[in-house]
Structure formats: C-alpha cells, structure tokens
Design a protein around this ligand. Structure first.
Ligand SMILES: [Zn+2]
Length: 580
C-alpha cells in the first residue's frame, strides 16, 4: 500500500521515508548475487516441474472434482500461498523496488506460472508483460559543482542535490530561517526579505509547534515548503543546512542520487524545478563567515525552535552552482494474464483481480543488519493471492466471463502501474465489470500481541473491505451475499469512506480503476507495526486466515463472472473524489 497519496505531500513523505534508511555494507552485493543465482535455478526447476506431464495429470485430476458452489475455492490453500510467498518475499528479490532486477525476477516468476497454467498473455505483443515507460535521472558528478563565496566544494563530499538541471551564476544569498510558510500558525520567515534571483538558505526543519498534520490542503494554499516558496518567488536555488538526519543518511542519499538514480513516471515528475542543495557543516560555515550570525549559531537556534531573523548575507557573498543530471528512458512492467470465459458472449467481459507485486526495495546503507524491505504482507500477500486464485480457477471449472489477472508495478511509487494500465488497458476498460484489488491481506491480530499498532489489524476471520457499495449497490449486495453463503467472514467497513483520515481509498491500485468508472472492492488488513519496515517478513504472515480471505475473493470473482448481468454502477464517483 502506498505510504501517502496526496500528491502535494509526496516529495515530503518520500523524502522522510528515505531518511529513515542508512549505512554501509560492502559485502552486500556479492552475497546477494550468489543467492540470486541459486534462487533463479530453483525457479527454473519449478517451471520445469509445472510444465511436466505429471503436473498436467494432477491438474486434470483436480479439475474433474465436483464443481463447488463458487468454483474451485478449495484450489486455494495456505500451503500454496506460503510456497509462492517464500519466493516473492525472499531477500533474493531485494524488496522488489520499481524498477529493479528483483521486480523483474518476480515478474518472470509470475509469468512462468501463468504460462504453465495455460493462461492467455494479455500484455504487449503476445507476452504477459505490459511495459510501463519510466525515466531515470542521476546526478552527473563530473559536471556538477558548487562554489560558495569563492570556495569550491565537491559533490558527494560537501553537498548533495535534487535531480534538476540548473545553472546559478553569481547569485546573492539570503537566509530565511526554517523556510516554511504556515498561514494557520502565523509562520512566515519571508517578511522583510526578497528572495528573487537569490539563493535562499534555510535550516529545513518544521518550526516549533508545527507537525506534518498542520500542512492541510494543497501546497501553495495554507502552507509552502522552502523550495516551493523559493521557486514561486523567483529564487535561483535553495541551500539546506545539513541536519542530523541528513548527515546520518548522507551516504544513502548520495547513493540514491548518483548511483541508483531517481525514477519518474508520466507527469509525476517533481514540480520543483530549482535545485535544492544540501551542504555539509564545513561548507555552510564558510558561507556564513563574517556575517552577523555564524552558521553554528543559526543552526542551534533553529533546532531549539528559538526565533531567528531572516537576513541578506553581505553583498559580496555569491553562489555559483551547476547541477547536471543524466536522464535515460527505461521501463518496468505490469504482468497480465487472462483466463478465457466459457460463454461465447460473456467471455468478452472481464472480472479483474489485481495486486501490486512491487515494494519499496532495499538500501545498502540502511542502519542495522537488515537492508531489505521484503514486503511479505505489502503486497507479497496480494501478489500470491492473485496467483493462487489464477491457479485454482485455471485448474477448476471455467466461469462464463473471462478473468483478468493483473500484477501492477510501481504502486509504492504512486500507483504507477495501475495508472498506466487504466490509461492503456489491454482489454477495453469498459469490458472490465469489476476490479477486485488485494493489497495486504496477510496479517491478523495475534492473541497476546500487545503492540498497539497491531491491535488495528483485523481479527482472524475478519477483513477490511473498501468500496464494495461505493459505486454499485449491486456489487455490495453480491459481495455480502457470497460471503454469507460461503465462509461468512466478518467484513469490516470501518475504513470504507473516501473521507476516512487514513485515506485508504486513495492508497492502492483500485483507485485508478474506480476513476475510470470500474466498480471496485479493495481487500486489506489496514496497517500494522511492520508496515513499510524491514520487518514485514514472511514468518509474520497468517496463511490460514489469508487462505479464507483469498477463497472468499475467488468466490466473489466467480459469482461476478457468472451472473447474467454485470453490476450496475448506480453511484458514479463524485468529481471531487476522482480529482483527489
Ligand atoms: Zn506499501
């Protein structure tokens, strides 16, 4: 699930999240390359076994079993979910970042299974992969330089920078405190100074008494970040004092900017086009030499939350900076397969069942032993649930409508894969009668677990649903009806509201389908202590509870695929929700 979807806050929350990841492990790459090879060969073995005659016999055997009420629900088992997740959530897949080789290997794993099951490829050019175009930007170190007050500093050593091409020549310098404007708190450090054509220097931390929760509404309204204010008012660049957290994460940030690179999709590129440069204590001290306050003095005051005045540095102080960024076009992929329906007419309509198979990756500089965010629950659980449903349905009786199984990439980056598919669907979007989205269904309350965050999880035998009645009354009734006649789980609707403070409705792939008028149901366990932590790992997954939920989703998909008519959309999403 996406950490936070409000686009105005994205640069802020992603940055903070990255800042939680730190430190060095030189053995890292070698060890993982070896494990990756081992894991890859076991994948080949799995594919071989799947496509062998013996496996085919077994498949036919289970297909011949009596057709249960909602299709081959028994075909989904805890053991099978665990088998798949053992691969998908393994360290060898390196946290399935978008894009990454770990994600590509996960895609290959899914596609090879779909092939073994005989599903029809529904990606590009007869493959299971739908390419999603991306851009990668890296700092071009050779051509990036910073000169403060006549002294030249080296990228990586004394400064880091955001990924925007820029040339700042002989700009004057103005200090603007913490740099944040928050109208509701009467915070505005720009009174009495003019930033136009200057470089704005800030100690970038939220002012005393202000938290992220105070940043209400879109940026530029009630609040402005330092970079937003600077750009809007014609400044040439922002220079940040390094904070404690910047210094702790310095190597990781450098790695992100110049080795790994930043990745962009579609129009989601940063709206800040002036460089935001973070400089070392040594460099900032030299810039403030001979000013009325030293850099150390300003930093200490700002950190203590004491009032600091904004002021122009001496007119002789000048900044020259060149930031060069190398950009390349790359791609990732959604994985899509179709199980063709049995009815000659209805098979042209689809029930989509989807999850996101990406997670947030790894950081070789992370503090602590564990450098890999395995994403066993988020969304390894959904990934393997969709795979298990595809497997069970392929081996069982065919539903009348077709089933479209889709694994989205880039969800954690901002719902990229589903946005791309919704804009470039490989079947007509109007032929998708419902999308069932599975994002985090592996975690449930454990008796005796005293962790406060984990108490938010559903109980065993319970699951959170969002959206089932939001657009279609019929869909909601069908969903409840199937559940009542089947495993009778406790459906919990406490987050089923676009205005819920957690904003879950906007935080996973179903939102991009709903925006196109496709009714959706989102199944999830909400949040927990391991959400987006390196500790979201397989041993914490409750496969028995997950099996029940997965079977219920299969049954719902089966019923949708077999009803004579598709669920009517009687409550289209309001424009205010679509544009959120
Ligand atoms: Zn997530």
């Amino acid at each position: 699930m996406l950490l936070r979807v409000r686009s105005s806050l994205q640069f802020f929350s992603f940055k903070d999240w990255n800042h939680e990841r730190t430190r060095n492990d030189t053995k890292y790459d070698h060890r993982h390359a070896l494990n990756l090879m081992k894991q890859f060969f076991s994948l080949l073995l799995i594919v071989f076994v799947l496509s062998s005659p013996l496996a085919a016999q077994k498949r036919n055997g289970s297909a011949a079993a009596a057709a249960p009420k909602y299709g081959n629900t028994d075909g989904v088992t805890a053991a099978q979910l665990k088998d798949h997740l053992t691969f998908i959530a393994s360290d060898e897949l390196e946290g399935r970042d978008t894009p990454s080789r770990g994600l590509d290997i996960a895609a290959m794993y899914i596609a090879q299974h779909l092939k073994g099951l005989g599903l029809t490829p529904a990606g590009d050019e007869g493959t299971y992969f739908q390419k999603v175009p991306l851009r990668r930007a890296k700092v071009d170190i050779e051509n990036t330089r910073l000169n403060l007050n006549g002294q030249t500093f080296a990228y990586g050593q004394d400064f880091l920078t955001s990924l925007v091409n820029a040339n700042v020549s002989g700009a004057a310098v103005v200090f603007a405190g913490n740099g944040w404007v928050i109208k509701s708190k009467n915070v505005n450090p720009y009174q009495g100074i003019d930033v136009k054509d200057k470089v704005v220097v800030v100690v970038n931390n939220l002012p005393k008494g202000v938290t992220g929760a105070d940043l209400k509404g879109p940026i530029g309204g009630d609040w402005m970040s330092p970079a937003y204010y600077a750009q809007t008012n014609g400044a040439k660049a922002v220079i940040n004092f390094a904070t404690f957290s910047t210094l702790v994460n310095w190597e990781g940030t450098r790695w992100n900017q110049s080795d790994k690179g930043g990745v962009e999709f579609g129009e989601n590129a940063s709206t800040i086009k002036i460089p935001v440069i973070t400089v070392s204590p040594r460099a900032i001290a030299s810039l403030f030499q001979g000013e009325k306050f030293s850099a150390a003095n300003l930093f200490n005051k700002s950190m203590a939350g004491d009032p600091i005045e904004s002021f122009d540095l001496k007119p002789t102080k000048r900044v020259n900076a060149t930031v060069a960024v190398k950009t390349e076009n790359i791609h990732t992929q959604n994985v899509v397969g179709i199980l063709e329906g049995s009815d000659p007419v209805l098979k042209n309509e689809y029930v989509a069942v989807g999850a996101h198979y990406d997670h947030v990756g790894m950081n070789p500089f992370a503090a602590g032993e564990d450098k890999i965010w395995n994403g066993a629950d988020d969304d390894g659980s959904g990934t393997v649930a969709v795979l298990s449903i595809a497997e069970a349905m392929a081996k069982g009786a065919r539903p009348k409508r077709s089933m479209l199984f889709i694994w989205h990439a880039g969800e954690e980056k901002g719902l990229w894969g589903s946005e791309y598919f919704a804009d470039h669907p490989t079947v007509p979007i109007t032929s998708i009668i419902t999308e069932l989205n599975i994002d985090m269904i592996g975690r449930y309350q454990n008796p005796g677990d005293e962790n406060v965050q984990n108490k938010q999880l559903p109980k065993q035998g319970e699951i959170f649903l969002i959206g089932s009645r939001m657009m279609s009354t019929e869909l909601g009734e069908l969903s409840d009806g199937v559940n009542k006649n089947f495993l009778n789980l406790s459906f919990n609707f406490k987050y089923d509201d676009p205005n819920d403070p957690e904003q879950f409705f906007y935080r996973s792939d179903h939102f991009n389908y709903a925006k196109k008028g496709v009714p959706i149901i989102f199944y999830m366990d909400g949040s927990h202590a391991d959400y987006h932590q390196v500790t979201d790992s397989i041993e914490k997954i409750n496969f028995e509870s997950m099996e029940k939920v997965t079977r219920t989703i299969l049954a719902t998909g089966w019923e949708l695929a077999n009803r004579p008519t598709r669920p009517k959309v009687d409550k289209p999403l309001p424009a205010s929700v679509i544009s959120n």
